[in-house]
Structure formats: C-alpha cells, structure tokens
Design a protein around this ligand. Structure first.
Ligand SMILES: *Cc1c(COP(=O)(O)O)cnc(C)c1O
Length: 363
C-alpha cells in the first residue's frame, strides 16, 4: 500500500491511530460480537459512547454548562438552514458577514428559505495592496434589531481566517466547519457554534451544533423535526436514528485529541505547520499567497504559481510524490493545502521540499 499525504479540504484526513482502532474493533465492538454500526442507538453501550463523546468535546472546548451539544445529520449546510428555522420565526432579522464562499452560501440559503425574514449582509474582506484583508465594521454604528449575527471564522475555499472576536450587540453564530478544535476559542463568546464533521472531527454527514440555552426561546419557523434544536435537545440528539458510525469515529477523534494534549497542544502544532508552509510560499520563487498575514488560515493554505500554465504540471508531479489533493477549489483555482489537525508535520515538510525543488528539477 502506498501511503499518501492527503491535503483534501474535506472529507479530510482522519488520524491514523483512530482508523487503526476502528479497524481493530470493526467486527467486534465493545465485546458485543458485532460492529458499532449494527447496535441500537438506544442501547446502553451506544448511549455510553454518546455520553462520553459529549463529555470529551465539552472538556476539549471548555464548553460552559448553559450550552447544549448536539450531534445532528446533514453536515455544515444543514446548519445553514437550521439556524434560520430555529431563530427567525415571526419575521426575524439577521445580519450575515461576508468573508468568502461559505459565508455567502450560508447567506443565500437564509434568503431562499422564506421571504418573511430580513437578511442583511456586510462584505468584510477588502483588497489592500493586492492582499485580501478582513476589516470588521464598527458594530455600534449599525442599527438593527438582529436576532443573530452569522459569520464563518475560517473560509475553507478562500484560505481566510478571522482571529479577532466579533464584539457586537447580537448573539453570534459561527460556522466552524473547518476550524473547530484547531485552536483555543472562548465558547462563551458565541451563541451557536456549528460544524460539519468531515474536516476536523470525523466522517461526513455528521454535524455538531453547540447551542446556548437562551437561544431556544427565540421564535422559530416550521421545519423538519430532525433540524429542530429544541426537539434534539429534548431527545438527546436521538429524535431519529443518528449517524452512529460517524458519531463513534468522532468520539475516537476526541479521545485521540485528548491523548495528545488537547486543543492547546494541537494549536501549537497547527501554528508550526502553517508557519512552515507560508514561509516557503513567501520565500521560494514562483509561488505566492495573497491573503494578508493577519488573516492567513491555519487550516487551508491557498497559493498560486506565478506562471499559472505550470499548475497542471504541479499537480501531476505532486501526486507522483504522494502529495495528493492539492488542486484549489474549482471556483478560485490555484492550489490549496488543507492541513487540519490530522495532518502530520512530516506531510507539510514534504510539501515544503517539493515546493523548493519543483522549478529546479525539470525532467
Ligand atoms: C465544508 C464546509 C461546509 C459544508 O459542509 P457540508 O457538510 O458539505 O454541508 C460549510 N461551511 C464550511 C466553512 C465548510 O468548510
């Protein structure tokens, strides 16, 4: 078997120890003589798994007691709709910050769900000297009775991350699909955090929603019960059959993250990896990244070749070196190296040496 370093933006790498453990207990989970996929989600063994997964996530993210932790279906995009349906009943208004492709898709989804709500938005990325830079507005000067402000702290496609807190008078909802658990964050600054699982948590299909209790008092819209936070709170994320295998793998990823020192340790690791890669992009001739230093994503490192006509060659040669999935998103072109928690430093080091030799080793 050829081992590759997989830079895919999502579904992304899952830590190898987790996959090995899953493999070892695939046919016999918990001594039950069956796989975890084949047992009732309402039975005691799965319930114990579910409770432990929640406890581990609470510990990893330091989630206060007045927040619910939900394990839901439908990935990140299901939550685009869920937040609207759960909080914008009776003609609610919301403010969306626009920083790239994902925040724009979230806004479009909010607008298409019902004409009864008012969705305002502000573009917060400006080009300054050719670099994309986030400039947050002065929220005190914005007049609006918003039920929430929605933003995406890490734009997976654009490679733009927002490190500053959003200090505004409204509850803040964050789509953390691609940077949850990547660095320390103060959960108490958010009303809702949600994430599709397939970047930093586990397999696709699962979404995690962390919802502050007082948000559940807001008027809601009629909606499918599986996306209703109140119903999911009441039924402990088991209103219907949850994605049990994804939940199991997520639980194993949480254990793995705890075993290597938790979010504080992985943040250091992530900052080291990102610094190494951006430094190479900035210093090796022939490559560039046009995101301002303050907003360069730790998870999704975008870059371009000065001579775009060499991009296909770059992809071909990198794949031959077992560095896979470096092609940028089809909307923006160029390259993208997604270096989530599970990407070892060795993968980034190998990519850096590839960058250094790409132009010199012509065959
Ligand atoms: C991947 C991603 C999504 C979409 O996730 P799905 O699970 O495919 O719905 C949403 N937001 C962000 C920031 C993402 O990176």
């Amino acid at each position: 078997m050829t081992k590759v370093f997989n830079f895919c933006a999502g579904p992304a790498m899952i830590p190898e120890p987790v996959l090995k453990k899953a493999q070892s207990e695939l046919l016999d989970w918990n001594g039950l003589g069956t796989s975890v996929m084949e047992v009732s989600h309402r039975g005691a063994p799965f319930k114990a798994l579910a409770i432990q997964a929640e406890l581990d996530l609470r510990e990893l993210m330091n989630i206060p007691d007045n927040y619910h932790v939900l394990f839901m279906h439908g990935g990140g995009r299901a939550q685009f709709a869920a937040v609207v349906n759960n909080f914008l009943g009776n003609g609610g208004k919301a403010l969306y910050l626009n920083s790239g492709i994902w925040s724009r898709i979230a806004e479009d989804e909010a607008k298409r769900l019902t004409s009864d709500v008012q969705i305002d938005s502000i573009d917060i990325v400006n080009k300054v000297n050719g670099c994309s830079q986030v400039e947050l507005p002065d929220f005190d000067e914005i007049d609006g009775d918003y039920r929430y402000l929605h933003y995406c702290p890490n734009e997976t496609v654009d490679g733009i991350e927002i490190f500053d807190d959003i200090d505004c008078p409204w509850p803040v909802i964050a789509d953390m699909s691609s940077n949850i658990l990547s660095r320390e964050m103060d959960v108490s600054k958010f009303a809702v955090i949600y994430a599709g699982a397939q970047k930093n948590i586990g397999p696709s299909g699962l979404s995690i929603a962390i919802v502050r209790d007082d948000m559940l008092k807001l008027p809601f819209l009629p909606q499918a019960t599986i996306y209703d936070y109140r119903a999911q709170v009441k039924d402990e994320s088991m209103y219907n059959t949850p994605p049990t295998f994804a939940w199991y793998l997520a639980a194993e990823v949480f254990k793995w993250l705890k075993s290597i020192g938790g979010v504080k340790a992985i943040e250091k690791h992530n900052r080291d990896k990102a610094a190494l890669l951006y430094d190479a992009i900035d210093t090796v001739n022939g490559f560039y990244n046009d995101v301002h230093a303050n907003n360069r994503s730790l998870m999704n490192v975008t870059f371009k070749l000065n001579d775009d006509s060499q991009s296909d060659e770059f992809i071909k040669k990198s794949e031959a070196e077992n560095l896979v999935a470096l092609k940028g998103h089809r909307f923006v072109g160029g390259m993208r190296a997604s270096i989530y928690n599970a990407m070892p430093k060795a993968g980034v080091e190998k990519l850096v040496s590839f960058l250094k030799t790409f132009y010199t080793h012509d065959t």
